[in-house]
Design a protein around this ligand. Structure first.
Ligand code: WT7
Length: 649
């Protein structure tokens, strides 16, 4: 058997789950035996959620790229590791087998070293979806530098903030990237970002589009020129401690600027590989296609690390689902014989809108497993995916997880456990979900077991609550970079001894979880996580703005749309292009993904006597639930509610 830890049946899942809960150290220790270590661990797990402090595989030495690359050279050197599909389907694709990828990574490690990068340095990566993005990420990991990938849609200001927070000294970028009909001027955005921070000493630029870019002498070098200089490589991978930082990835919270979520080497490797193999039921030889950009956690864990560690062939697609037409994903599936396809509900909903015409000449026969991630999938989209893409014969895994969890936490296992439309269903082995009320008490009826935990396979009453996790899994967030207290406050302080996810959930009588969405001020727009406070801060930077409040509302394609209520100094009409101005400001400060869908100018905001904005009311109005606003008598100016209702967009 290729993966001794691969779950074979539902009963097997139940016994593995039980073992993982009763004897977590034994369970994960046994999984870890099937990986390559430079030195084995002294202790599998040490933890407390108070500080918090979580250490997995303490004492072990490893390099994750030896698992992702070197160990496959013996039997998979000629097997494609990465199949790259360009944005423009008429251009040649690229296929890197494991030997090629290993060689490219070893070479780029030398480039990084030649450019002054040392173990422990933070490296900002701002690249399009090209194989060099994976090469850059893996090269950092191989030499022990910490990568901080910034999604190509973020603004210069966002990049500068992230560079400052992580104290990066080097940036890896490209001249530009393609997304559908658009050219994305990545290098120009980096140039602008570097006017806002002076930390960066070197910029390595991959020539991808061949467009003219400004190269600053002494600072900027071409990837290709640097790579040519390397005549021999030291193929040894740096020896890393299990708990050394592998990467930082910034994500939005309910307050302040995005925080740098920190993941470490060993636990991340074990958990992403374990979940990849089990959730998708990966079989050697499968062609796997995850559509997520590497700028997000899904791209880290399930485009690069998980699949490569399992020795899979991973498809990397540069473009968008609707270019040159809405059949693009399906063409790629047929072109490469994709067996496992993993995408976001927002993509499915947007493609549904084109009807079945783009599917007419598509075979889709190679597909065996479908997956979704990033946001709740509505029942209608689930059925469309099942019927038109899976042709009724492919299990759909609805995978719930987060940047902070780094790997899939709640999901059915393809063909092993039953899917249920709009339900993520059951926890992975090692994951102990707990639904709690506002006070942190397990919700009534949730206690199927003596320990207050509902075990898969048990029967209970349907309940709802705030979703927490009671025990550490190997890839749990370790800290928020440079500010451990923020990590504690955000995730471990709401409910003592629990990790709080920020999500609400419903559990049915069979123990299946249905994620109902965020219960904090975090929005999920097209599967992208955006903090309302961040958007408000950006809006407030527009000169004429006095105050603003941002809420989410249901959006047919994006899942959630962004609704902004804005008070202007000059009154509340859109006389001088203020709407465009506010929108442009958000684009400039955060990036296009955070631009409000609706901007309503108002003369005041509903506030309590203590000056707190009543978001609940604003949310209800944005959702169109005007008759059901609850008690508004405690507001300082109840009249403003009528005005806002009347002006609703
Ligand atoms: C938030 C995390 C998971 C990687 C991509 C997003 C929502 C995620 C699901 C799902 C319902 C989901 C949650 C979560 N979410 N997956 N299958 N069903 N909601 O990672 O940007 O860290 O966002 O996405 O609200 O908290 P992220």
């Amino acid at each position: 058997m290729s993966f001794p830890y691969q779950i074979q049946s539902f009963d097997h899942y139940l016994t593995e789950y039980k073992k993982s809960i009763d004897h977590p150290e034994k369970f994960w220790g046994e999984v870890a035996e099937h990986f390559v270590w430079k030195k084995k661990w002294d202790k599998v797990l040490e933890w407390n959620f108070k500080e918090p402090r979580v250490r997995w595989f303490e004492g072990a030495k490893l390099n994750i790229t030896e698992n992702c690359l070197d160990r496959h050279l013996a039997d998979k050197a000629d097997q494609p590791a990465i199949i790259w599909e360009p944005n423009d389907p008429t251009l040649p694709n690229r296929i890197l087998n494991y030997r090629d990828l290993h060689g490219e990574v070893c070479r780029f490690v030398e480039v990084l070293k030649n450019n002054g990068v040392k173990k422990g340095d933070r490296v900002c990566i701002y690249m399009p979806m090209v194989p060099e993005l994976a090469i850059a990420v893996l090269s950092c990991a191989r030499m022990g530098a910490i990568h901080s990938v910034v999604f190509g849609g973020f603004s210069a200001q966002s990049i500068a903030d992230r560079i400052e927070d992580a104290q990066c000294r080097i940036v890896i970028t490209a001249d530009g990237g393609n997304r559908g009909p658009k050219d994305i001027p990545l290098k120009a955005t980096i140039d602008e970002a570097l006017t806002k921070t002076s930390r960066i000493q070197k910029v390595i630029v991959f020539k991808h589009l061949g467009n003219t870019v400004n190269m600053q002498a002494g600072r900027d070098v071409w990837w290709q020129d640097e790579a040519k200089k390397i005549t021999s490589t030291d193929s040894r991978a740096e020896s890393m401690d299990a708990e050394d930082i592998l990467f930082i990835l910034y994500t939005s919270g309910s307050t302040g600027k995005p925080k740098g979520v920190v993941h470490t080497c060993a636990g991340y490797m074990i958990y992403t590989t374990y979940t990849f193999v089990n959730v998708f039921q990966y079989k050697p030889g499968d062609i796997y296609f995850c559509t997520a950009d590497v700028g997000w956690i899904t791209g880290h864990s399930y485009t690069i690390y998980g699949p490569l560690s399992a020795g899979a062939t991973t498809v990397m697609f540069e473009g968008i689902p609707t270019y040159p037409d809405a059949g693009r994903f399906w063409n790629i599936i047929d072109k490469y014989g994709v067996n496992i396809f993993y995408t976001a509900p927002t993509a499915i909903r947007s493609l549904m809108g084109f009807g079945t015409d783009p599917l007419k000449d598509k075979k889709l026969e190679s597909l065996r497993v479908l997956g979704t991630v990033g946001e709740p999938i509505n029942v209608e989209a689930w059925h469309w995916y099942d019927e038109h893409i899976g042709r009724g014969r492919c299990p759909i895994v609805d995978t719930w997880w987060q940047t902070e969890t780094a790997g899939i936490m709640i999901s059915n296992l393809a063909g092993i456990s039953q899917g249920k439309p709009s339900y993520a269903t059951l926890p992975l082995p090692g994951v102990i979900p707990l639904l709690v009320d506002e006070k942190g008490l397990p919700v009534a009826g949730s206690d199927a077991g003596k320990d207050g935990v509902f075990h898969p396979g048990a029967k209970g009453e349907p309940v709802s609550g705030n979703l927490c996790i009671r025990f550490p899994w190997p890839s749990i967030i370790r800290t928020t970079y440079g500010d451990h207290e923020r990590c504690r406050l955000n995730y471990f302080a709401t409910y003592p001894d629990l990790y709080f996810t920020g999500d609400g959930a419903f559990r049915d009588a069979e123990g299946n979880y249905r994620i109902t969405g965020r219960v904090d001020d975090v929005l999920n727009v097209s599967g992208h996580r955006i903090g309302t406070a961040e958007v408000e801060n950006a809006i407030n930077m527009y000169p004429d703005v006095v105050e603003s409040a941002v809420v989410g509302y249901p959006h047919d394609i994006k899942g959630q749309g962004i609704y902004a209520y804005v008070i202007l100094q000059s009154g509340h009409a859109n006389q001088g292009g203020e709407k465009e101005g506010v929108s442009k400001m958000v684009n400039k400060v955060i990036g296009a993904i955070a631009k409000p869908d609706k901007i309503q100018f108002v003369s005041g905001l509903p506030k309590t006597r203590s000056g707190k904005i009543m978001r609940r009311i604003l949310r209800k109005i944005a959702e169109g639930e005007m008759d059901n606003l609850g008690d508004i008598s405690t507001l300082t100016d109840p009249g403003v509610v009528e005005e806002i209702k009347a002006g609703r967009l």
